[in-house]
Design a protein around this ligand. Sequence first.
Ligand code: SAM
Length: 251
Amino acid sequence: MRIDVVTIFPDYLAALDLSLVGKARRAGLLDLRVHDLRDWTTDRHRTVDDTPFGGGAGMVMRPDVWGRALDDLLPEPAADTGAGTGGAHVVVPTPSGDVFTQRHAEELATEDQLVVACGRYEGIDARVAEHYRAAGHRVSELSIGDYVLNGGEVAAMVMVEAVGRLLPGVVGNPHSLVEESHGAAGLLEYPVYTKPPAWDGREVPEVLLSGHHARIDRWRRDRALERTAARRPDMVAALDPDVLDAHDREV
Ligand code: SAM
């Protein structure tokens, strides 16, 4: 997969050279390119923003600069076969977007190319998203949560990491992706433990030391259900009742 991130602070994205995403880049599993939006400016001061029409505080990012950048980076729009079916997808991080979830990450991981447009100031002129949608591109305006950051770079890193770890070969043991929080089961993950078996007077639950796989699986599912009910009742309410067995209902 190719991901282009466009920002006025390319250095912000340096952390994407580290850890699993960095390794995936070096292994050729992820072609991540970080671009300086100012490379598409045409004036001496490399201006990317201007005052808002209608007045008010702050500055707004200019559509002409973004237009030149996106025109250069995006292929011609293909006939739309629906989201998550390959092709290019423009991602615009914004606190006013849909809240980014694991479902978005899964959908974006099936695309051939993502172009992530990092806003700053009061954001990007609204005509940019409209224009690329009207031109037949998939455009998603996504928020990483109900709070306001100074810029889209941290949000871009969140999305690149969430999408990147779903690409084949990026996470060494693909089984680690199966039982995770927000996975197909629709639950949070059960609590996890490692050595030593006793620490500071606290024991690891005995069942986990038993070697009895069926009991361990049952214990983990029960704890996952309990934890999800306590912390995220909205997720429990959204569970398909057909996936719950009689024991689940007691928990
Ligand atoms: N004036 C905008 C508003 O109230 O919706 C906030 C602009 S914010 C200061 C500047 C940029 O940070 C946004 O254009 C976006 O790229 C990014 N940003 C801020 N909060 C975000 C969030 N929760 N999720 C994703 N991106 C965010």
